[in-house]
Design a binder for this molecule. Structure first.
Ligand code: COA
Length: 258
């Protein structure tokens, strides 16, 4: 499959949407492959972090492939809609840390994909938006649910109901992205975050991510119970002993993910 390039560097998988001529739009084939990849990378024990990016310098991802959709009657479009939602929600179910290295603008499904990642680093000058209402549809791959969780209901309504695009600076201001960097610094910023992740215990990251994602929105007491259960999965890991030993010996820990 040439529309997605996967490269493993050390313990990180770099996934690149490689359809620059259509601004990395998500075709049916790309969505099906993204779904499979989410499962494959989750299962691969050698992979500890996943980065997704796009080809070129215009767009991270321009969303659903609108030219492909144009030819499909509404009554036949369920497989296409299910595939994009399946891909993006599948990406959101990856337990390992995920980073969207946003090399350009992201609209519709492109922003939904970035929001399904744990971290978003966006290049200066890019814009992002969930502009579906301008096309007579609405976000259908998690946008109405993930955007308010990230930026709050009022700001999410501004973006979704008005179909507003926001600048990179505004996206940073409202907490939609973690960092905005000059284009030339994108790889450096991603590598710096990967290095930070590499200094943390893999099981700890996975369980802390699960605690945040599965506890958020629940009554506090339920969330605290969940946190306690997940804490125990770190407590009885080898890496917990390694962390304490490294601290006592004043050396960097060597985490094995066990
Ligand atoms: N699906 C299919 N093709 C797309 C596409 C999409 N979502 N987005 C862009 N393309 C195609 C264009 O039709 C154009 O094709 P052409 O060369 O055959 O004319 C090519 O990609 C380049 O697009 P262009 O608009 O000229 O590029 P740009 O760099 O000036 O702008 C974007 C990039 C992403 C800002 C712009 O393409 C855009 O706004 N795309 C639509 C985004 C959108 O509305 N997505 C759906 C949200 S619900």
């Amino acid at each position: 499959m040439t529309d997605i390039v996967v490269e493993v560097r050390g313990t990180t998988a770099w996934v690149k949407l490689d359809r620059e001529s259509v601004r990395n739009a998500l075709s049916l084939a790309v969505n099906l492959r993204l779904s499979d990849l989410a499962h494959e990378l989750e299962a691969d024990e050698a992979i500890r972090a996943i980065v997704i990016t796009g080809a070129g310098d215009k767009a991270f991802c321009a969303g659903a492939d609108l030219k492909e959709r144009r030819g499909i009657p509404a009554s036949d479009s369920a497989p296409y809609i299910n595939a994009i939602a399946g891909a993006i929600n599948g990406w959101g179910e990856i337990r390992k840390p995920t980073i969207a290295a946003m090399n350009g603008s992201a609209f519709g499904g492109g922003l939904e994909l970035a929001m399904a990642c744990d971290f978003r680093i966006l290049v200066e000058g890019a814009e992002v938006g969930l502009t579906e209402v301008r096309l007579g549809i609405m976000p259908g791959a998690g946008g109405t649910q993930r955007l308010p969780r990230l930026v709050g209901e009022a700001r999410a309504k501004e973006m979704i109901l008005l179909g507003r695009k926001v600048t990179a600076a505004r996206a940073l201001e409202i907490g939609l992205v973690n960092q905005v960097v000059p284009r030339a610094q994108l790889a450096v910023a991603v590598d710096a975050m990967l290095a930070e992740l590499a200094g943390c215990a893999p099981i700890s990251i996975i369980q802390a991510k699960a605690a945040i994602e599965n506890g958020y929105g629940k009554p506090l007491s339920d969330g605290l119970d969940l946190e306690r259960q997940l804490y125990d999965l770190t407590l009885f890991s080898e890496d917990r002993d390694e962390g304490l030993a490294a601290f006592a010996e004043g050396r960097p820990p060597r985490y094995l993910g066990r």
